[in-house]
Design a protein around this ligand. Sequence first.
Ligand SMILES: Cc1cc2nc3c(=O)[nH]c(=O)nc-3n(C[C@H](O)[C@H](O)[C@H](O)COP(=O)(O)OP(=O)(O)OC[C@H]3O[C@@H](n4cnc5c(N)ncnc54)[C@H](O)[C@@H]3O)c2cc1C
Length: 355
Amino acid sequence: MKTVDYIIVGQGVAGSCMALQLLKNNKSFVVIDDNAHKASAIAAGIYNPVVLKRFAIVWNATYQIQLLKKVFTSFEQLLNQKYLYEFPVFRIFNDENEKKTWLKKSDREDLKDFLSKDFTQLDQYNNIKQPLGTGEVEQTGRVDLTNLLPDFKDYLIENELCLDESFDYQTLQILEDKVIYKDIEAKKIIFAEGFHIKQNPWFNQLPIIGVKGEVLRVKTEANLPEAVVKAKEFLMPLGDKEYFVGATYDRDNVNYETTVAAKENLVNGLNQFLSDEIEVIDQKASIRPTVSDRRPIIGTHPKYKNLVCLNGMGTRGTMLAPVMVEELYNHLENGTNLDQESDISRFYTLLNEEL
Ligand SMILES: Cc1cc2nc3c(=O)[nH]c(=O)nc-3n(C[C@H](O)[C@H](O)[C@H](O)COP(=O)(O)OP(=O)(O)OC[C@H]3O[C@@H](n4cnc5c(N)ncnc54)[C@H](O)[C@@H]3O)c2cc1C
């Protein structure tokens, strides 16, 4: 029997950040992950402190960005690869009202460090249609999760810290002070399965709402900035004239199939602001684990205190995972209180305590 402090189910951005936190703190653990429909692997990995629909600050943004940089720099040091890219996000204005709102908000204390007042920065790019100008969000960038996650999984497997297989919920034995899974005994088990939480018999009553997203990889010879450019859709450079285009939001057809309709929507959205030819070279779909009140869900099960939930990263897993992991770790190891906004106890009445 192998004895560890923790089992982690899921090696998306949430489970990976938790594994790194445990590594840093010399805790023993095993990750179990089957790579099935990992939302984090197809996400653009953009981090952006401003909600671009209404120019509002993201919850706890300054601290989230600070910790994100620290955590993903640690991954870079551990794996000896670059994953963190800092570049601006440009938002093309749709009408004069948006421009006025942006200007007004850029004077606010919480937004002034993030919203630039210079609307002319894309003027040199003749192929980008932006008759009303473009606002720049500062302190933004991207974490290349597409490469980081498989690299980290290889590292975990090499160090005998990961089982590349599906977790079988029926096999878990829950005892008073530990859990036993096959030949592994752990003090606690942390479930970080993203939208697959719906298969988890202890946590599937939580109000995780799947929002399907489709993305494209395109190629174009256009002269474009090293930045995210966003109108209805966004375009993000990947190198070698390739770009990431995203993303759709579909709450009605929650599955992993790519569709012609989504491809057309994305291409049409792109054509609204880009006058050059594009060639679509790939299309992918996955499901965002969002929550009814737009906050993550972390903490222990009301009845089984050694079952732990780390979920609900929604549309912003890159920024949220590092802070949620820090908070959850301190709660589990040092007994600190969870922030009420992310504390699972707000949904305890939904969890079937008789399981
Ligand atoms: C199209 C799209 C674009 C996005 N773009 C961005 C973006 O630019 N920036 C951003 O911050 N966020 C973005 N997101 C959101 C982000 O992807 C999610 O918030 C985040 O990936 C959720 O991470 P997670 O670790 O909770 O889940 P996941 O990444 O889904 O990982 C869960 C893992 O658990 C494993 N698993 C589940 N059940 C089991 C089991 N029983 N046994 C073994 N393994 C299991 C799965 O195989 C998977 O590997 C995007 C999402 C989508 C769909």
